[in-house]
Design a protein around this ligand. Structure first.
Ligand code: F6R
Length: 244
């Protein structure tokens, strides 16, 4: 638990940087699972600073984003492609071929094959070294909403009503928020060698309490993380305020 989000974000960015540097020293690639949303923005800002001021290179980094709305054009202001470009990729030296984000432009009958291939690409690289997560007020990780199975893989899902309410501002009204998304599964996330879930602010306190102390259940998908030894929650004091 950190005093404020900035301190927590810097700590996470430093962990990521240390991982990249140690893998680079061994001549290996670092495979990162990345999240969008408000929560990781300060982490990405610190990674950009480390790149610009301290020579951190992303040449050997491969990324897989958790999710994308469906349907979604990559040029739309709400797309996670645009988000990642603006908040990270445009400012670092990552090879564009090493960036993977679920494709919101697919025809529905292409999605299943795309998702299987997403899983296969992660596996062929030896799996995710580190997965960064936020948490939604429904308890979703990625867009694995209540009802998601612990062994779920990358797939097309229906967004929860509360998630669409929370996204309404970005879309200029809830009616404009897509009803579906493509997301890595709980099982995909679970296979990562390290998982860091971040949450800031009082607004996240009730769901953090459920995720950490509640009964393990598909009703709150983040509770499945209680079953892993490789998970760390990085919180600010308000987000941690309801923990006993
Ligand atoms: C985003 C994602 C979501 C968000 C969650 C929290 O890629 O997978 O699970 O992490 O909805 O969003 P923010 O950070 O905006 O509160």
């Amino acid at each position: 638990v950190y005093a404020n989000p900035a301190a927590g974000a810097v700590a996470v960015a430093q962990r990521i940087a240390a991982l990249i540097r140690s893998k680079q020293a061994d001549g290996e690639k670092t495979v990162l699972g990345l999240a969008t949303g408000v929560t990781p923005i300060a982490v990405y800002a610190e990674l950009i600073r480390l790149h610009k001021e301290e020579g951190l290179s992303f040449k050997n980094v491969v990324t897989f984003n958790l999710d994308e709305y469906y349907p979604m054009q990559p040029g739309s202001v709400q797309s996670y492609v645009l988000f990642m470009n603006q908040n990270l990729f445009d400012h670092i030296d990552i090879d564009r071929d090493n960036i993977h984000i679920p494709d919101g432009t697919l025809a529905e009958d292409e999605i299943a094959a795309f998702c299987l291939n997403y899983e296969r690409q992660i596996e062929e690289l030896g799996g995710l070294d580190l997965q960064v997560l936020g948490i939604g007020r429904t308890g979703h990780i990625g867009f694995n909403e209540p009802g998601s199975a612990p062994n779920s893989g990358t797939r097309l899902v229906t967004l929860d009503d509360l998630t669409r309410t929370d996204a309404a501002r970005d879309f200029g009204g809830k009616e404009n928020v897509p009803t579906k998304a493509i997301t890595m599964g709980v099982g995909t996330i679970f296979k990562a060698r390290e998982i860091i879930l971040m949450a800031w602010s009082k607004k996240k306190a009730p769901i953090i309490k459920k995720a950490v102390e509640g009964e393990i259940s598909g009703d709150v998908p983040a509770t499945f993380l209680q079953l892993s030894d490789n998970v760390e929650f990085i919180l600010d004091e308000p987000a941690a305020s309801e923990l006993t």
